[in-house]
Design a protein around this ligand. Structure first.
Ligand code: IVH
Length: 677
């Protein structure tokens, strides 16, 4: 392809990809399959590789991330980024309404009549504010709030947020800024914390902190993986073609921005109060956090007339939701031991209704907070439900304290294994140091080891692990590989078939590539991405075990904490024994030859659909092999599918589809021959 045709194709692909992004992330109505989408993106990336001079800074390929920002540039805001004054009650809002009317020289008229002031009500999204500048329909720069006068330029990271348009549609002004809130949907936040907990990282406090932490990350590929989202709510510029805020939101929506569908225009303060009342309850059903409602005078002329104080506009106010609170009796305190040994005190409560659910348990955080609040069993305690799912105890009703209650003595020994607890200077939580024998820790390590992203042994679930540990058959992850069928059959609910599956699953896991084994062994703070980076760099466990702190620090993603953790792991004799045993069992402790030499291109241009169950490799392993050899995976059969890799129990639907599309079926063995494994 010559450069001219490439430029044309790149333009067309980019527009098409952005349109699909729009329908997927804003309209919630995917217009093509993931596979077709990936193909378009892949073609674009390939063309840009061939013609790097044709890469534009707003190409959809930038959304994948990969660019590193070493230092975020400080940029002055064209318009200062002000905050809003807060209100907490109906009185506060009536007061705001009165001041607005007075400021406009209007008589505050009676409550229910239509006043000449219209208000727009919006949800107050709980994230980090961002200002996006567009010139000629292209995203120019994205700047965080900072101190309101200047903020950090985070454009590279912002481009990975799929709901933020890189190029606009429709009839947009030549130059303007639009502001909004970047946030992390709650389900994404929960998934991140689950993984953090698994590798022994402290959980992130809330979605808001997680979102701002993510925006400051240097590696935009990690930002891309975090699935941030963004609502826009404020258009700024000179000579904007609207008379009021509500129109500007509608226009911004037509240019391709994500505007909340819950914003409403009202003609008096009573309607505003009803909107607030509605969302005070309804907010718990949203997939993201809101901490209030923002009320804005709609008309621009009136906004100008009202103007600003030093800190905030007089034409807008935030109403903050009250965290719902009830009081109930604290029946007892129990202590949970997490899979990394962290102790969490939990309050067992007299069940009480709160925010639409019945609450029986609440978080008591840690020893310091228990001491500070002086919480005692038998007390009436205040329970609050904020944005978090688990309610928390925020205080004690001392007026109701019964006689004879005792100050709470925090436990000194692990409730699971009796080992004396420890506490690090820098950490709030106590932990049980008995990693190797404390049951929840042992089981936790095992569950992590067999997880899909680790060794992927799905025939070995939490229940079976529990049985194996209780029966004394396994004490650590290496013991799995000593298991024989005759050990398993006497276990409850363990039929011949499940026993076979388990043994086969263990056998298959011996092919799991090194980087996943490295993740699976559960070195504290070594997550999936870090394990990949380390594996790529050191190439074998042998080398990793001998690496010095300095060697480790040279690896991308490895900082002081991870380096120390890796070092500590490998000096521990017990870990060394486990590693040796796993090595003897035949697990992959170095990159495979293909991985070391780089991938082959034997499957270049071929697309595979995997269906059914396989004997030698797991489906994920097959997918990896396909990619390693230059092929592509797809989930649905079409004319473009080259082969269906068919295992046992392939679905009849798929079979029919393959036949009608004229796609050839191959077996696992055919495939192995193809790649010459
Ligand atoms: S309007 C001058 N609208 O709340 C207008 N802000 O305390 C300023 N926020 O810094 C902002 N949702 O980060 C506006 N619908 C919304 C909002 C919103 C969240 C944040 C924003 C702002 C802070 C104000």
């Amino acid at each position: 392809m010559n450069k001219e045709r490439a430029a044309e194709r790149i333009k067309k692909l980019s527009a098409e990809i952005e349109q699909h992004n729009h329908t997927y992330y804003l309209l919630d109505a995917p217009s093509i399959s993931d596979f077709e989408f990936d193909k378009l993106l892949e073609e674009l990336i390939q063309l840009e590789k061939e013609f790097p001079e044709l890469i534009s800074s707003n190409s959809p390929s930038q959304r994948v991330g990969g660019a590193i920002t070493k230092e975020f540039k400080s940029v002055k805001h064209k318009y200062p980024m002000l905050s809003l004054s807060n209100s907490y009650s109906t009185e506060d809002l009536l007061d705001f309404d009165r001041k607005v009317q007075e400021g406009l020289g209007l008589k505050a008229n009676d409550l229910f009549s239509t006043s000449p002031v219209n208000y727009v009500c919006e949800l107050k999204f709980d994230g980090l504010s961002i200002g996006l500048t567009y010139k000629d329909g292209e995203l120019q720069q994205a700047v965080t709030r900072g101190d309101g006068v200047q903020g950090d330029e985070v454009s590279t990271n912002v481009k990975t947020i799929k709901s933020i348009p890189l190029k606009l549609k429709g009839n947009y002004p030549p130059e303007f800024e639009i502001r909004g809130e970047i946030f992390l949907p709650r389900n994404v936040f929960d998934a991140i914390n689950k993984e953090r907990e698994e590798i022994g990282d402290a959980p992130l406090a809330n979605p808001r902190n997680a979102a701002s932490g993510t925006m400051k990350m240097q590696d935009s590929a990690v930002v891309a993986s975090r699935k941030l989202d963004c609502f826009l709510y404020h258009v700024l510029g000179e000579a904007l073609p609207f008379q009021n805020h509500f129109e500007s939101l509608e226009a911004a929506k037509s240019w391709g921005f994500k505007i909340s569908k819950d914003s409403r225009l009202f003609s008096n303060i009573q309607e505003v109060l009803a909107f607030i009342e509605h969302w005070d309850k309804e907010r718990f059903n949203l997939p993201y956090d809101t901490d209030g409602v923002v009320i804005k005078v709609n008309d621009y002329q009136q906004q100008r007339q009202l103007g600003f104080t030093a800190k905030s506009p007089r034409w807008a106010i935030a109403y903050k939701f009250k965290a719902e609170q009830v009081s109930t009796e604290l029946l007892s305190i129990s202590y949970q031991v997490g899979r990394t040994g962290a102790i969490t005190p939990v309050a067992n409560l007299q069940p009480v209704a709160l925010g639409g659910t019945t609450v029986k348990r609440a978080s008591l955080h840690n020893a310091d907070i228990i001491e500070k609040l002086d919480v005692r069993v038998g007390d009436m305690v205040y329970v609050e439900k904020g944005g978090e799912i688990i309610p928390k105890i925020i205080g004690v009703d001392l007026s109701k304290r019964k006689e004879g209650t005792e100050p709470t003595q925090y436990i000194t020994h692990c409730p699971e294994c009796g080992t004396e607890l420890r506490r690090l200077e820098s950490e709030a939580n106590h932990y049980c140091p008995n990693e190797m024998a404390c049951p929840p820790q042992v089981k936790g390590k095992m569950e992590h080891f067999v997880a899909r992203k680790a060794m992927n042994i799905d025939s070995l679930g939490a229940e079976t692990i529990e049985q194996l540990v209780n029966a004394g058959l396994v004490k650590n992850i290496a013991d799995f590989y000593d298991l024989k069928k005759e050990h398993l059959l006497p276990l409850e609910r363990m039929a011949e078939k499940s026993a076979n599956n388990l043994i086969e699953g263990l056998e298959a896991s011996k092919q799991v590539p090194f980087e996943r084994v490295l993740y699976a062994i559960g070195i504290r703070h070594v997550g999936e991405t870090t394990a990949k980076k380390i594996a790529k760099k050191v190439k074998s466990l042998e080398v990793l075990m001998q690496a010095t702190r300095e060697d480790l620090l040279e690896i991308d993603e490895v900082g002081e904490i991870i380096a120390v953790s890796i070092h500590d792991y490998f000096v521990d004799e017990k870990n060394k024994t486990i590693i040796q045993k796993l090595k003897d069992a035949g697990l992959q402790f170095e990159l495979s030859e293909e991985q070391q030499q780089g991938a082959s291109d034997k499957l270049n241009g071929l697309t595979f659909v995997i269906s059914g169950v396989f004997a030698k490799y797991s489906r994920d392993q097959l997918k990896e092999l396909i990619e390693l050899h230059g092929g592509k995976n797809s989930s649905s059969i079409s004319k473009k599918t080259s082969f269906v890799l068919a295992g046992e129990n392939m679905g009849p639907e798929k079979l029919k589809k393959a036949q009608s599309a004229g796609v050839k079926l191959i077996s696992e063995d055919d495939f192995i021959l193809m790649i010459g494994a």
